[in-house]
Design a protein around this ligand. Structure first.
Ligand code: UD1
Ligand code: CA
Length: 525
């Protein structure tokens, strides 16, 4: 860190003049080739916008000021900055007259700025913070007037070329469209990241011409002006040229996304996370994983998601802002804003919505949707259910096709299911309602009155069998023939009887309650 931090007698600090730092991010361009109503710098890339990545790369500079030049989509960019970098100041460049013009406008808006001015193109998102810090350290230690971050690239097409003299010193930076054939052959390019001495930059910015193919004020022209004034300028070469890649269209954006994916995935694998198919695993830069987490193929981990040690996520899982505890399993599912406790199990084919909170060892199985609900430790909702606005006690078992009827068309209401309660299949729990601890609900019930602890709640019409109905009403059908054979006793083995056990559809207590509908009976279908 070159900035000198000087404690004052009153305990506050001032950053000493020579190395006071200001960051200027250029983000006013339209990004025509993106063909988008979204300003280019707001396009997302694995957890941050392009400009969000650039600001993150500048973070360790501990700049006294951060100025972001906005223009195209200025209001959208301003709103985004307010959310992600409230300390940054947006400076409006009403007309995009070039990168030099953009920096000039920024410095005019901040006349007090001295020391080092670090300029970053808003569309170079793969830049590492370490690289920016190295550039600035080299610039400041050499007392240069200007230092540019350069890279050797396989294909320099479209980029500014670093032109050196016979002794290897920087002479000028030439844009592709203004370059001679000899200059076009240069593969050392300008990354669009620079450190400047504020006073000397201000001085030459006022003298920029628009005498080039685009009729713009080029920031890059500052270099040849400083060179001809005899000022010391430097070139800092990036070790990894992929850090300097810009983003001008959606094909380049996709390429950057793949590069960043590989970088993020490599980091997690080296940190002890198993990625079974890194090519199809997309992890936002904002996600955290613990050692021995396993991520299977076709999985996206987004936003503030966290995956605990030994948890297995995937294949075919998307987690957005979802916290997964150690040892949990999530298979072929989608979760947003949910919490999955230690050793809990989710899926295949579950949908966890915001504030679904699953305690340890609980289970949300197949075709189950959970929203704004807590499942206690070891509670199970194994199949085909909707759980909304509910609190489900520890070890409760919710049978297949149970619906928590939370919405009356105007308001949402809560349902409480007590500890170790047992809710039979195909039940509607019509909120607000409570099923007490250890209570049972018979399969096929619609429960709108509370069920006391230990009671059986049942709302079911008694069953009536109309003997011989098929033979009379559906003669000459396969059913009639089968019935006749069965009645003659010629059918094969009898159908197996089912037995309810954990993890299977619960057939409830039909035998014991048939024909005895409860007092609070409600229509079920
Ligand atoms: C620029 C450099 C080029 C370098 C390349 C690296 C110049 C003249 N050229 O070219 O040498 O190789 O970056 O990616 O600087 N912007 C504004 N206001 C403007 C114009 C641009 O804010 O009036 C912003 C853009 O939003 C963008 C950045 O500046 O974030 C760079 O502008 P862009 O038009 O993309 O420059 P390049 O042609 O890529
Ligand atoms: Ca560019």
């Amino acid at each position: 860190m070159a900035a000198r931090d000087c404690p004052r007698s009153d305990g506050s600090h001032v950053v000493s003049e020579p190395h006071s730092r200001t960051v200027v991010v250029l983000a006013a361009g339209e990004g025509k080739r993106m063909k988008s109503s979204l300003p280019k710098v707001l396009h997302p890339l694995l957890g941050r916008t392009l400009v969000g990545h650039v600001l993150t790369a500048a973070g360790p500079l501990t700049a006294a000021r951060t100025l972001v030049v906005v223009g195209h989509g200025a209001d959208q960019v301003r709103d985004h900055l307010a959310a992600i970098a409230p300390e940054a100041t947006a400076v409006l460049q009403a007309e995009q007259l070039g990168t030099g013009h953009a920096v000039r406008i920024a410095l005019e808006a901040a006349p007090e700025v001295t020391g080092t001015v670090v300029v970053l193109n808003g569309d170079v998102p793969l830049l590492r913070p370490e690289t920016v810090a190295e550039l600035v350290a080299a610039h400041e230690s050499e007392g240069a007037a200007a230092t540019v971050l350069a890279a050797e690239v396989p294909d320099p097409t479209g980029l500014g070329r670093i032109v050196r003299d016979g002794a290897g010193r920087l002479e000028q930076i030439v844009e592709q469209r203004d370059a001679t054939p000899v200059q076009l052959a240069v593969r050392e390019i300008n990354a669009g990241i620079y450190a400047f001495d504020a006073a000397r930059l201000r001085d030459v910015l006022g003298k920029l011409s628009t005498d080039n193919d685009q009729g713009e004020e080029y920031l890059t022209d500052v270099f040849k002006m400083l060179v001809s004034a005899g000022e010391p300028v430097g070139v800092h070469l990036a070790g990894d040229h992929t850090e300097t890649l810009g983003c001008n269209d959606r094909v380049e954006l996709a390429a950057l996304r793949r590069l960043l994916r590989d970088r993020v995935n490599e980091r997690w694998m080296r940190a002890g996370v198993s990625l079974l198919d890194p090519e199809t695993t997309w992890i936002d830069v904002t996600v955290a994983l613990d050692r021995d987490a396993v991520v299977d193929q076709n999985t996206q981990l987004r936003g503030g998601s966290v995956v605990g040690s030994g948890a297995v996520v995937g294949p075919d899982v998307t987690l957005i802002d979802t916290v997964v505890g150690p040892g949990a399993t999530i298979l072929r599912s989608h979760a947003v804003g949910a919490e999955v406790g230690p050793d809990a199990s989710v899926g295949p084919y579950a949908y966890l919505r915001p504030d679904a909170r699953l305690a340890e060892r609980s289970k949300v199985g197949t075709f189950v949707e959970v929203k704004n609900s807590e499942l206690g430790a070891g509670a199970k909702v194994p199949h085909l259910s909707y759980v909304g606005d509910a609190t489900i006690g520890a070890r409760a078992n919710i049978g297949a096709a149970t619906i928590f009827v939370n919405y009356d068309g105007v308001n949402k209401h809560r349902t409480v299911v007590g500890e170790a309660a047992f809710v039979g299949c195909d039940t509607s729990l019509i909120a607000p309602v409570e099923v007490g601890a250890g209570a049972y609900v018979a399969a096929g019930s619609a429960i709108s009155n509370d069920v006391p602890p230990g009671a059986l709640g049942v709302t079911r019409a008694p069953q009536r069998n109309v003997e011989g109905w098929v033979a009379r009403k559906r003669p000459d059908t396969a059913s009639a023939a089968a019935a006749e054979r069965a009645q003659r006793g010629t059918q094969g083995a009898p159908a197996p009887t089912s037995s309810a056990s954990e993890g299977e559809a619960i057939h409830g207590t039909a035998a014991s309650v048939g024909g005895t509908p409860g007092a609070g009976d409600t229509a079920t279908e």
